[in-house]
Design a protein around this ligand. Structure first.
Ligand code: SF4
Ligand code: SF4
Length: 205
């Protein structure tokens, strides 16, 4: 992960927290933080993704603004998570396009949906489009099932691929190595399925 201002701020915050350690019983972030004396960019990305933004540490912390330390762990980690999602997401150019042109992307999406509807109207005779369809296959009278399945399957497949590439990038960056070793992978899977790191009291490492 690149060293951005957010990464630098997260490193500063974690350094203060590591000296303080008051919040170590609140969540998985703090015990994981205590295992480190220095924080690489990947460490910070990992810690940020352990945080679920409950804000317990913010309300307990005596160093929040206006204190000169200005500690705000949930906000810092929320910003870092946003950066990490953008950095690990795939394909990169589309992530950057969405980040810079959220309004444009939303408009293109809305326009595409409108085009499908208008296209269906133009493709079919008004009687078919506005008529009542009953009986077997009525649901597919306007848009055939193969088109629905192709679009849904393609979208699902693309989402699965994009998520897998993002996960692989995060895994490699966090020190999991290029090769997917079964043991840490199974452990990570177990943590996900049992929501282990949402249990409070922190057991993540
Ligand atoms: S959030 Fe505040 S109170 Fe909690 S460990 Fe960090 S510095 Fe200490
Ligand atoms: S999960 Fe809650 S307590 Fe833990 S770092 Fe995030 S906001 Fe703070």
């Amino acid at each position: 992960m690149r060293t951005t201002e957010t990464v630098k701020e997260a490193r500063r915050v974690m350094t203060v927290c590591n000296a303080c350690r008051y919040c170590e019983g609140f969540c998985a972030v703090f015990p994981a933080m205590e295992l480190r004396r220095v924080f690489s960019n990947a460490d910070l990305s990992y810690l940020a993704n352990l945080c679920h933004g409950c804000r317990d540490c913010y309300y307990a912390c005596p160093y929040t603004p206006p204190h000169e330390f200005g500690i705000n762990v949930p906000r810092t980690f929320a910003e870092l998570r946003m950066e990490s999602y953008a950095e690990y997401s795939w394909p990169g150019p589309m992530a950057r396009m969405f980040r810079r042109n959220g309004l444009l992307v939303s408009l293109v999406t809305a326009l595409s949906i409108t085009l499908v509807l208008v296209g269906s109207m133009v493709w079919h005779r008004p009687h078919d489009f506005y008529g009542v369809h009953l009986g077997p296959g009525a649901f597919y009278a306007l848009i055939p099932s193969w088109i629905m399945l192709s679009v849904a399957g393609g979208t699902f497949g693309f989402a699965l691929l994009a998520l897998s590439v993002g996960a692989a990038r995060f895994w490699r960056d966090a020190g999991g190595g290029v090769f997917w070793r079964p043991r840490p992978l199974l452990r990570a899977l177990g943590d996900i399925l049992t929501l282990r790191n949402l249990g409070g009291g922190g057991q993540g490492v």
